[in-house]
Design a protein around this ligand. Structure first.
Ligand SMILES: [Zn+2]
Length: 339
């Protein structure tokens, strides 16, 4: 297996530089990518913090560039560690901002959308048995986190299947929802390079968080989005892509051979679905009870992650007809194995 330096070298020779920007989150640093082309392009920015901006400026300077030189800022998805600095960088540089068409309204009204997303998550947690004190604590945490992101206005809207053409390269734009509803990956077919953001990361399995859909007008009263099922479909589409010899992800090191990694993820999720089927066993359980059986009492900040993890796999079992969902008198969903 080639190491990170061996893979970043050829990427840099093709004008793509990884800039690892600090975040306050458990995931650690986030990768922004500087693309030496015309216009000078930055994919993702890091969170909205002085420290992130300072390190980004230093990283640009190491390549002989300044924020003011940027001509295009591309956003991979809606998470704050990727888009937090977009508006500041765009204002200082006058750069165009490009993102998936469906993401643009969400990004423009970031605060309101985050608020609505939190209400959606709260309802989801109540429906699946998460105690009230945990829900309130999580809400407070989420509100303090929100300032790591910021609203930003897109000037270029990208649609799935379209290309983004720079002077020296063409990046094919693919919508790959699952990790978030807006995940977008950029494929340089000529060079066999895939800028995958958080769709595919080597050292961690991307967690498909159950998120309010981008176009949700009902404010979350609709059917539960099947985030993991959506994600696995997106992985299938990526697995079928030809000409990917190098993946540059949103966190951690670059890697080759995405097909092997994707197959490992398929196997992991299949195993987990079987394990959850065993836990549900012979008595109906809420998703919260299943999560407790899997991981015990997790930190409050992990409560929604683990709920999403359980529901994602339960969705697979539901779709296969191996489990049914029934609400109890309090409106809490329980899952029961079919005979
Ligand atoms: Zn993300």
């Amino acid at each position: 297996m080639p190491d990170a330096a061996e893979l970043l070298g050829p990427a840099a020779a093709a004008g793509v530089h990884r800039l690892a920007i600090p975040t306050p989150f458990a995931v650690g640093r986030v990768n922004a990518y500087l693309i030496e082309d015309d216009p000078l392009t930055l994919l993702d920015t890091g969170p909205n913090s002085g420290k992130a901006l300072d390190e980004l400026e230093q990283a640009l300077a190491a390549h002989g560039r300044r924020v003011e030189d940027l001509g295009l800022i591309v956003v991979s998805h809606q998470h704050m560690d990727h888009l937090g600095l977009v508006s500041i960088l765009a204002r200082r540089s006058g750069a165009d901002v490009a993102c998936l068409d469906a993401l643009a309204p969400w990004m423009a009204s970031y605060s309101e959308r985050m608020e609505a997303d939190d209400r959606f998550a709260e309802r989801m947690m109540a429906r699946h048995g998460i105690p009230e004190d945990v829900r309130y604590a999580l809400r407070a945490v989420s509100q303090t986190f929100r300032a790591w992101g910021a609203p930003a206005v897109a000037s270029t809207l990208l649609s799935d299947g379209e290309s983004l053409t720079l002077r020296d390269r063409t990046l094919h734009v693919h919508h790959r929802p699952g990790h978030s509803p807006s995940d977008t990956i950029f494929h340089d077919e000529g060079r066999g390079t895939l800028l995958a953001a958080d769709h595919l990361i080597k050292h961690i399995s991307s967690n498909p968080l159950i998120n309010r859909p981008l176009d949700d007008a009902s404010d979350g009263d609709g059917e539960r989005p099947q985030a993991l099922v959506t994600y696995l479909n997106s992985l299938r589409a990526t697995r079928a892509m030809d000409d990917v010899s190098l993946v540059l992800p949103g966190h951690g090191d670059p890697f080759t051979d995405p097909v092997t990694l994707i197959d490992e993820r398929f196997a992991l999720h299949a195993r987990r679905a079987e394990k959850i089927l065993g836990i549900i066993g012979n008595r109906p359980r809420s998703a919260y009870e299943i999560a407790q059986d899997m991981w015990g009492n997790v930190a409050v900040t992990q409560a929604y992650l683990t709920l999403s993890e359980v529901l994602g796999h339960v969705d697979i079992l539901l779709n296969d007809g191996r489990v049914v969902e029934e609400a109890d008198a309090q409106g809490v969903s329980r899952f029961r194995v079919t005979a």
